[in-house]
Design a binder for this molecule. Structure first.
Ligand code: ASP
Length: 585
């Protein structure tokens, strides 16, 4: 072994011991007669001292060593005269007697400290150096712990981990597939799984009863802070369960993670909200419940005063922000600009200040008398000091924009605190979503999701109204998991494919294997998948899932360290029977 101890474990009780440590040089300080080196490994930092009077040759050698050199140092543990209470090893130091340089290092391109001076792209290129820094290292340790505790809990509930293939036939989860050409089957392609959905259902048909897998999934989507082309799910499926059983088992998983990893207990059951209620109150199927500011609909209360914006609107709604009546003109302009951003899509913003002295002032004073403003403000129960922010327009778009405004106000008012966690279940999602461009329905969750039995008849008469046995687990405005009770009868599954616009032949060619399996006694089953990356970033208080992935891709889906994707040789292309069409860039 290269060491007797790690750099994070020696304490005052070890004083007098002869030890050997190995690690990287975090920094060194030369104070004339003495040289100090902070030696770092995964476990911590220990101070090494070299004394000119005691061993000038060794001390001179130590002075020559640069940052990130890997060394082995042997010496005596002694009490420090100048203790550092911020470091776990801050009471001691090692008086070095012998030293060996195990490897040198060229100067790193950025500082490897708590806070680095390196930009994002540079740190991505040298990710292995960035991973030496505490913030990223701690995120990886947290990720390990959460994966471990998830397996621990699920194992205690009799789930078994089964690996499913990565080269598969495409499974639609609503995104584009990544495809892999098959050399031995020229012109044919595998897809990378968007999730192991069909496989986990087949494992239920196989009688495995409870399946789990911490598994990579691949979706070729436009990237955002909480999306990566490859990401990890805690993927689960259970047989002989109703929705209620699934919710209970997996509320248990989330509770276990909070308890074991963060020592947080939730005393109450997770609140449950229907999709319809979430949309009405928060304009969002993943509401952030760390703060209130629920929507109040004003549509019928504000029409008929010759204000065309309200008169012509399908929906008028407001939020009431406590203590914001004194917002300046500039602040209100900023909010208007915010809602008008193309990604928010609002046309404008109407405000009513409910002044502390009982007076009202609004941007629509021309159309509404103070008494009318007072009446409107009373609907959401606004009080003196509140600011009413009102948006109007087409219903869905306005709800969405108002939702963004609510989140913005929550952030401005400091109501979205990182250490506060508000989980909930969102239930009763619509089964189908109408796509105006393609003039057809898509499955809101995926095509294997079962309609609520009482809504099945509506599949013919009013498909848009059919609710699904589908559920999402949401924490702080982030969808951290979603699943459903599945269809397990061939007939209903066929019907579903029809509603989704598949011909019988298309359904057969894409999903024949699943429908075939359903002919051999498929048990009722259901499941869920949690996004491990999102869960870890939530626990870590990070804004991007990139910070909890060891080797993530950048916003253009590139691995900037290894420089992928890249071209392949003409020979490889030939073997794969692929020719590349040249396009002008
Ligand atoms: N396969 C689904 C997904 O990836 C999760 C599930 O329904 O269990 O979203």
């Amino acid at each position: 072994m290269y060491r007797t101890h790690t750099c994070g474990e020696l304490k005052l009780v070890d004083a007098g011991k002869s030890v050997t440590l190995s690690g990287w040089i975090q920094r060194s300080r030369d104070l004339g007669g003495m040289t100090f080196i902070d030696l770092r490994d995964r476990y911590g930092i220990t101070q090494l001292v070299y004394n000119m009077d005691m061993d000038s040759a060794l001390c001179n050698e130590a002075r020559k060593l640069g940052r990130e050199f890997v060394i082995q140092a042997e010496g005596l543990v002694r009490e420090r005269s100048n203790k550092n209470p911020k470091m776990p090893t801050g009471d001691i130091e090692i008086e070095v007697k012998r030293m060996q340089v195990l490897n040198g290092s060229i100067t790193p391109p950025f500082t490897i400290e708590e806070e680095s001076d390196g930009g994002d792209e540079l740190r991505m290129k040298f990710r292995y150096l960035d991973l030496r820094r505490n913030p990223l290292k701690n995120n990886m340790l947290l990720r390990h712990q959460m994966a471990f505790e998830s397996r621990n809990y699920l194992n205690s509930q009799h789930f078994i981990e089964v690996e499913t293939p990565v080269l598969i036939k495409s499974t639609p989860e609503g995104a584009r597939d990544f495809v892999v050409p098959s050399r031995v089957n020229p012109g044919q392609f595998y897809a990378l799984p968007q999730s192991p959905q069909t496989f986990k259902q087949l494992l239920m048909v196989a009688g495995f009863d409870r399946y789990m897998q911490i598994v990579k999934c691949f979706r070729d989507e436009d990237l955002r802070a909480d999306r990566q082309p490859e990401f990890t799910q805690i993927d689960c499926e259970m047989s002989f369960v109703h929705q209620e059983d699934v919710l209970n088992v997996f509320e248990g998983l989330i509770r276990h993670l909070f308890k074991s990893v963060k020592a947080i207990d939730f005393n109450e059951p997770f609140p449950r909200m229907t999709f319809a209620e979430a949309m009405e109150k928060y304009g969002n199927d993943k509401p952030d419940l760390r703060f209130g500011m629920e929507f109040t609909e004003l549509t019928d209360h504000v029409k008929g005063r010759n204000f065309p914006v309200f008169d012509n609107a399908e929906y008028v709604g407001c939020i009431s922000s406590a203590g914001c009546a004194e917002y300046t003109r500039k602040q209100l302009d900023e909010l208007t600009e915010f809602v008008r951003k193309p990604q928010i899509g609002g046309k404008g913003l109407v405000y009513i200040r409910c002044n502390a002295d009982g007076s009202f002032k609004s941007s629509v004073d021309k159309f509404y008398t103070p008494e009318e403003l007072q009446k409107i403000a009373a609907i959401p129960g606004a009080r003196g000091g509140d600011l009413l922010l009102i948006m109007a327009g087409e219903q869905d778009a306005t709800l969405r924009a108002l939702s963004e405004l609510r989140l913005e106000m929550g952030s401005r008012l400091g109501l979205r605190k990182k250490g506060v966690f508000k989980p909930l279940w969102v239930l009763d999602f619509p089964l189908l979503e109408w796509n105006d461009e393609n003039k057809r329905f898509y499955a809101m969750h995926h095509p294997f999701t079962s309609p609520k039995p009482e809504d099945i008849d509506l599949l013919n008469s009013g498909p848009a109204k059919v609710r699904a046995n589908a559920y999402d687990c949401v924490i702080n405005g982030v969808e951290i998991g979603g699943g459903s009770i599945r269809i397990h009868e061939e007939g209903l599954q066929k019907k579903m494919f029809q509603v989704l616009g598949f011909t019988d032949a298309e359904a057969e060619s894409q999903f024949g294997f699943l429908m075939q399996a359903f002919r051999y006694g498929a048990p009722p089953h259901g499941g869920i998948a949690f996004g491990l990356d999102r869960l870890v970033s939530l626990f870590a208080g990070e804004d991007s899932i990139r910070d909890v992935i060891a080797f993530p891709k950048n916003n253009a889906g590139r691995d900037v360290m290894a420089d992928a994707p890249g071209e392949i040789s003409a020979e490889q292309l030939k073997e794969l029977s692929i020719s590349i069409k040249k396009t002008d860039k």
